[in-house]
Design a protein around this ligand. Sequence first.
Ligand SMILES: Cc1ncc(COP(=O)(O)O)c(C=O)c1O
Length: 282
Amino acid sequence: MALFAFVNDVLIAADEASLGISDLSIQRGYGVFDFFKTLGGVPVYPDEHLDRFFFSASRMRLAVGKSRDELKEMIGVLMKRNEIADSGIRLTLTGGYSEDGYSLARANLVISQHPLTAPITAEPNRSIRLMTYPHMRQLPEVKTIDYLMAIWLQPQLREKDADDVLYHSNGVITECPRSNFFLVTDRGVLVTPGSGVLKGITRMKVLELVKGKLANEEREVRIGELHGAKEAFITSTTKHVLPVTAIDGLRVGDGNIGPVARWVSGELYKLAAPEGAASGRF
Ligand SMILES: Cc1ncc(COP(=O)(O)O)c(C=O)c1O
């Protein structure tokens, strides 16, 4: 089935949707985006994602040019047209058609919808191995379109037999290129880096759901703490909760999917499932 997408105000066949080559996203990699799921035709945490989209735009000095309600209306039109029950909706805002290829111009807005590539399940159905790498994303709290380092590292990941990268900066752990990182200490405390990261919506929901139920801390996490950890996992909109069983070739905990990752995954699933109270219809 042919999909549709918005380029600014025009709804167009997605395979014909395009931006001109003078756009600053092409010329200089300048732009922001956000990405949320729909499950069973229901957007999951749309307001939280729109909050972050407006935050990213404003931090990048880009005007969205639409109100929140206008964006919701456009997303509603797109969902009706495309009819994909389980999907990802991506809002991209670029630096615009720059006259000199460097100065900011009027932002271009693209809204597209994509089938989800992996189903979201209550139980984690796989685990991953990470490779640490020293890198700090520019403007880490902003969801920019810059994934240069992560894409460039792909061959190295294959060489090291790892599935994803875990960034650190001077020995302080931050996040993975497209997800947030959690560990469970030997004392059973759930810990996630408190700064220098994108504040993931899934991360926020995990921290909300463990409140009062499991000791937790948002703080600096040093690389040395990885090896004493009982468990580790990463979170994102599309990956949900993915247990980490090895980092730099060393086993995390007993090398199996841990009970905290299983519990968090199940609770998060209940929240985000179509019938879940936290999912929002527009
Ligand atoms: C750099 C970075 N950190 C964390 C995340 C996870 O955020 P969320 O849970 O909102 O998907 C993403 C998502 O793409 C990301 O790009």
